[in-house]
Design a protein around this ligand. Structure first.
Ligand code: ZN
Length: 337
């Protein structure tokens, strides 16, 4: 009998803040605040999105913005983070790096600094309550001005000893150049943060190369489109750059037609380290363990290979040494069970 992937210890390195919300919580908070939700967010089915064209991506962003608008108080933030951590426990995750652009929450939470502090306090509390190790990746938005990204990078560095471990860059890769954000990433790296920009999702392998060349990424959000370029795959493998691959998200956004088309095998066989992630469970309908289940079902990953994927997620994380050791030992135990 196949082992349960929920029991396989792993790290979750690609999860967005609002996108981690439970549907039931979204419905409840929307009711409380009188926010009208479009049917795409209430039907219980993941919305049909096609982000490969600009209109589809815009629609995705709009749904995300509406969902975010129900997060208004520190208590809402605490609830979101606590529930995200509870879901991690269910899915066998022992370490979560949650990604957030505090700019989006600043207006309702008293400004950028209070917003980040509220988020970091919530992360602390959720981690204590659930036992899941947690950290934060502060992500800049590439559709905004690079100066905003620099401000965020400085802020992120200031909170490096309070749980910020990385600096990201999200939103539509087809907009702007990675290079425009090189200064922000230099600030983050100099401050000891891990550089983890999105690339190789909506845009091709060139966008992954830009992340490496211009931003000195140590990890790439998605990165799957590197599969189209064997030389780039070799480089990712050689430099041990972990790709945060989110298969269900890729299919939901139309990057690939069906689960079988996500090039998990190509990356795995090329030796590119991967950390499977859920991206935005609220919008894509599945959480972390489901990504491992997809690797098993759609790509025939054996339990040994799933264990190796889990190890790669742990090795690619910023989890402290004792947590890494515990998770890696737990992976061996899972295989031995
Ligand atoms: Zn993402």
């Amino acid at each position: 009998m196949a082992r349960d992937v929920h029991l396989l210890p792993k790290a979750h390195l690609h999860l967005h803040f609002t996108g981690s919300m439970r549907t039931s919580t979204l419905l409840e908070l929307a009711e409380t605040y009188g926010v009208h939700l479009p049917e795409a967010l209430t039907s219980g089915e993941p919305p049909k999105l096609r982000a490969t064209d600009e209109r589809g991506w815009f629609r995705f962003q709009r749904l995300y913005d509406i969902a975010r608008s129900v997060l208004r108080t520190p208590e809402d933030i605490r609830r979101l983070v606590r529930e995200a951590a509870e879901e991690e426990v269910e899915d066998g995750s022992g370490w979560l790096e949650i990604q957030v652009d505090p700019t989006s929450y600043a207006p309702r939470l008293g400004g950028l600094i209070p917003a980040l502090e509220i988020i970091l306090d919530a992360v602390d509390e959720a981690s204590r309550l659930t036992g899941v190790g947690m950290a934060v990746v502060v992500a800049a938005n590439r559709t905004r001005h690079p100066l905003d990204a620099r401000t965020l990078a400085r802020l992120a560095v200031r909170y490096a000893d309070r749980g910020v471990v990385g600096f990201g860059l999200s939103n539509d890769e087809r907009r702007g150049l990675a290079r425009d954000f090189d200064r922000a990433f230099a600030i983050a790296r100099d401050g000891g943060l891990l550089a983890a920009p999105h690339g190789g999702e909506l845009a091709g392998p060139g966008s992954v190369r830009d992340c490496l060349d211009d931003l000195h990424a140590a990890r790439v959000g998605h990165g799957v489109r590197a599969a189209e370029d064997p030389a780039l795959l070799a480089r990712l493998a050689e430099q041990r750059i972990t790709c945060e691959v989110c298969p269900a998200s890729n299919v939901a956004l139309g990057v690939y037609e069906k689960p079988e088309d996500v090039p998990l095998r190509t990356l795995f066989e090329a030796g590119v380290p991967m950390a499977l992630g859920a991206d935005d469970p609220l919008l894509f309908g599945s959480r972390l363990a489901a990504q491992y289940e997809l690797a098993r079902q759609a790509h025939g990953f054996s339990d040994e290979e799933l264990a190796e994927l889990a190890r790669q997620s742990v090795r690619g994380s910023r989890a402290p040494e004792p947590v890494r050791r515990r998770l890696l030992a737990g992976i061996d135990d899972w295989l031995a069970s």
